[in-house]
Design a protein around this ligand. Structure first.
Ligand code: NAD
Length: 336
């Protein structure tokens, strides 16, 4: 029997972001009420975030709060309004400082957002008796572990190699504690490099598309042999929606990837094909914090969530590039 989301209320933190805005659409389409909390920070162009949520502005089941999850008092006000409603829905916590390399420069803001922010939400879930908590974790928690691919959920994650990865591992651990102490049902989802329309501009696919399109050199770290398990955003959303419906255990972790890897040189060749332009390569050394491979074993998510990713990188990339070219034209018309 399929899960009924209608009439339930979900708090989507980071709902103005790339994945959060796709999820907001899916939840609204499924008949749910959606409360978004997002601070619209300038980690990347906030115009993209405003554009992401614009279609829902007048939706009767949509509410938006410009709120920082690090600020407990303001966040608690949101729960004063919606805490009771969330009891039959839940929290889907996507707000974070994302990105590996910037986390080496600003570890404190990563810790405050990704750990203290998560603690604030867990505390409010406890106080307002919210029963369900979905957490966006990351493949980066597996560290640099090429000997142990594909990554499996029960693998050791005690050696993350960037502050970002470390904060995601801490978030998982903190939420385990809340599930144990307060019967909060937690699902942690380890996303593997997500792409598709609206993808963050700092991620390789978006950055390379822009630079190739503009005829500028693309910085390629390493010899092009690093591999990523690229996951199309619609597949991620299917996995998140299934995690929302999942109720069989108090704490569970799932990998959400495609379980297919693509090396960086091949990715660039695909993008050249989509854009009909040749890339100028600016070869640079591997960056600290970067891992050589991510590769998801998704057997557990297939079995318990019915997760079933559909979109191969060769189908998903042209859709991203089409979105990018449209967005570029639209952005040029907006104020700077
Ligand atoms: N995109 C990926 O490939 C990927 C991979 C693994 C994990 N994740 C995780 O998935 C989640 C969503 O990622 P995304 O790619 O959509 O990122 P995103 O940056 O587009 O979205 C995150 C949103 O959180 C908001 N935010 C950040 N700090 C906040 C704060 N203190 N208070 C309120 N809002 C705040 C931002 O304004 C942004 O809109 C993140 O938790 C990220 O770590 C993403």
């Amino acid at each position: 029997m399929s899960y009924d989301y209608s009439g339930k209320t979900y708090l989507v933190t980071g709902g103005a972001g790339f994945i959060g805005s796709h999820l907001t659409r899916a939840l609204l389409d499924a008949g749910a009420h959606v409360v978004v909390v997002d601070e619209f920070n300038d980690f990347y162009d906030p115009a993209i975030k405003a554009h992401n949520l614009a279609p829902f502005a007048n939706h009767p089941r949509f509410r938006l709060y410009r709120q920082d999850i690090r600020e407990f008092v303001g966040l608690r006000d949101v729960f004063e309004h919606h805490g009771r409603g969330l009891q039959n829905g839940g929290i889907i916590h996507l707000a974070a400082r994302a990105g590996v390399r910037p986390s080496l420069k600003e570890p404190r803001i990563y810790l405050e957002t990704n750990v203290t922010g998560t603690l604030n939400l867990a505390e409010l879930a406890r106080e307002f008796q919210v029963k369900k908590f979905i957490f966006a974790s990351s493949s980066s928690v597996y560290g640099d572990n090429p000997q142990q691919v594909p990554f499996q959920e029960d693998q050791d994650i005690s050696k993350p190699i960037s502050p970002y990865a470390s904060t995601k591992a801490m978030g998982e651990s903190l939420l385990y504690t809340y599930s144990h102490l307060y019967a909060l049902q937690v699902v942690a989802l380890r996303f593997f490099t997500v792409y598709g329309p609206g993808q963050r501009p700092d991620l390789a696919i978006h950055k390379f598309t822009r630079l190739i399109d503009e005829g500028k050199p693309i910085p390629v770290f390493g010899d092009g042999s690093t591999r990523r398990d690229y996951t199309y955003v619609d597949d991620i959303i299917q996995g998140v929606m299934a995690a929302v419906a999942y109720e069989r255990s108090p704490y569970e972790i799932f990998n959400l990837g495609e379980s297919q890897t693509t090396d960086l040189s091949t990715l660039i060749a695909y993008l050249e094909g989509c854009l009909g332009k040749k890339a100028l390569i600016d070869r640079q050394p591997m960056q600290p914090g970067d891992v050589s491979i991510t590769y998801a074993n998704i057997d557990k998510a297939r079995l318990l969530l019915g997760y079933n990713p559909q979109t191969k990188i060769r189908e998903g990339l042209p859709r991203f590039v089409e979105w990018y070219l449209n967005w570029k034209e639209m952005r040029a018309l907006l104020p700077v």
